[in-house]
Design a protein around this ligand. Structure first.
Ligand code: UDP
Length: 454
């Protein structure tokens, strides 16, 4: 191996998982890789599980845990401050390596561009989400500058039409990007994205052709060159251990019969909302596999450590018994990629996280979109309006999604002509994605081009 790269993901599962896949891609192309890991501020079982599995299944990739703040130090709660706190250990670690040909930063780690510059290491970004969202993020500093108080919160629910993205409403932007107290931190990051030597994106070019053209034509960053973009995805974890209860249960189910409901690594619902979903599923009389988490006690803290859910207390009385031949409820976490790829799974009700979106596409499944947090409302717009791979649960924007809508959408996707057409469209997109990844495909070629540029 004549080249060495360091990957620096942040600790959010949705960012870490595709970065691990990227590490594998480097190894496959003969490049030595170390992943510098930041541990979460709050102990997280899913983080530990993802890291343990990544390390076990990728022996050629080195994982280096950056030392967390010592107990005497106060670790900052806000994510960017916390990541800045890791700069010193990252610098020490990079200095300890003989020669690093490139560092690939998660977008949230943009502050570490300074360390890369200080140590003379070429820096690139790896976007754990797609090209359309990148186009929007790059545009946002100038959108903010065009408002009276230089603040995105002034936009209210105005419609926005930005180069590279379908029309959307300002209320579709991530809340943290708009809120007064967090917006400036994000805008600072978006302004720094063009400083990198290049941006690798977890997408495939044909899926987001409009965005990729706008990025390449320099339309998203007025007055400044946009670095080269490389669409190298979809990078998705391969299926692993098949000996899990829910997979064995799926083995007993008919082909394409199951709607899988899963809402990301952080999604939680109130007890009231869980009731509505349960009633809707039962009334749909269609089969389902549903990941249920305990409701959070603090809506503002998505990183809260949650207890195992008490299903009897959370779900309607007798629900589990009545639906035992219709569906299965899994507590807290399911092996999502394996479930999506199972022949029995026929539709995916998703919170529209970007990894879940790509995993659904690679499984060739129609998507029932229920955006919840982060950039998921925008992903929903892309999935429904641009990719034509899903339909929305309208109630996501109201207090609750009603049981009637859950029932209606599950019946529609599983039993209607429209649902059948959507499944065909999803199968076609899956083939395109698989082709992009294969040798000579667009994503494969983009990665080789990137490697040659190092
Ligand atoms: N995931 C999983 N099991 C679950 C919930 C989530 O394996 O029960 C995985 C999922 O396959 C995906 C990741 O967690 O790879 C979630 O990433 P995504 O970008 O979809 O959403 P986020 O968690 O960042 O909101």
């Amino acid at each position: 191996m004549d080249k060495t790269v360091v990957l620096y993901p942040c600790h959010l599962i949705g960012h870490l998982t595709p970065m691990v896949q990227l590490a594998k891609l480097f190894v496959q192309h003969g490049v030595a890789v170390t992943v510098a890991l930041v541990e979460p501020q709050v102990e997280s079982a899913s983080f530990s599980a993802v890291v343990a599995r990544a390390a076990a299944t990728n022996p050629s990739v080195t994982f280096h845990v950056l030392p967390p703040p010592t107990p005497s130090e106060e670790a900052p709660r806000k994510i960017f401050d916390y990541l800045r706190h890791m700069d010193a250990p990252l610098r020490d670690f990079l200095r300890s390596l003989p020669k690093v040909h490139a560092i690939l930063l998660d977008m949230f780690c943009a502050g570490s561009l300074d360390i890369a510059a200080e140590l003379n290491i070429p820096a690139y970004f790896f976007m754990a989400s797609g090209a359309s969202i990148l186009a929007i993020f790059l545009n946002l500093p100038s959108v903010a500058a065009s408002t009276d108080r230089n603040s995105l919160s002034e936009l209210g629910d105005s419609p926005l039409c930005l180069p590279g993205a379908p029309p959307f409403k300002a209320t579709d932007l991530p809340q943290v990007v708009v809120d007064e107290d967090t917006s400036q931190g994000f805008l600072r990051i978006f302004k720094r994205l063009p400083e990198a030597n290049g941006i690798l994106i977890n997408t495939f070019e044909s899926l987001e052709a409009r965005a990729v053209s706008a990025l390449r034509d320099g339309l998203c960053v007025p007055g400044r060159p946009t670095p080269p973009v490389y669409c190298i995805g979809p990078l998705v974890t391969e299926g692993g251990d098949k000996k899990q209860e829910c997979l064995e249960w799926l083995d007993t189910q008919p082909d394409n019969s199951i709607t899988f409901l899963s809402f990301g690594s952080l999604g939680t619902f109130s007890k009231k909302q869980l009731h509505e979903i349960a009633v809707g599923l039962e009334k749909s009389e269609r089969r389902f596999l549903w990941v249920v988490r305990s409701p959070s006690s603090d809506e503002k803290n998505i990183f809260e450590k949650l207890p195992e859910p008490d299903l009897d207390a959370l779900l309607p009385e007798g629900f589990l018994e009545r639906t035992k031949d219709q569906g299965l409820v899994v507590k807290s976490w399911a092996p999502q990629v394996e479930v999506l790829g199972h022949r029995a799974t026929g539709a995916f009700m998703t919170h529209c996280g970007w990894n879940s979106t790509l995993e659904g596409i690679l499984a060739g499944l129609p998507l029932l979109c229920w955006p919840m947090y982060a950039e998921q409302r925008l992903n929903k717009v892309f999935i429904v309006e641009e990719f034509k791979l899903g339909v929305v649960l309208r109630g996501y924007d109201e207090e609750v999604v009603k049981a009637e809508e859950v029932e209606e959408k599950v019946r529609w996707v599983m039993g209607s002509e429209g649902g059948r057409a959507l499944r065909e469209r999803a199968a076609a997109e899956k083939s395109t994605a698989v082709k992009a990844l294969s040798e000579g495909g667009a994503s494969h070629a983009a990665f080789v081009e990137f490697l040659n540029s190092l």
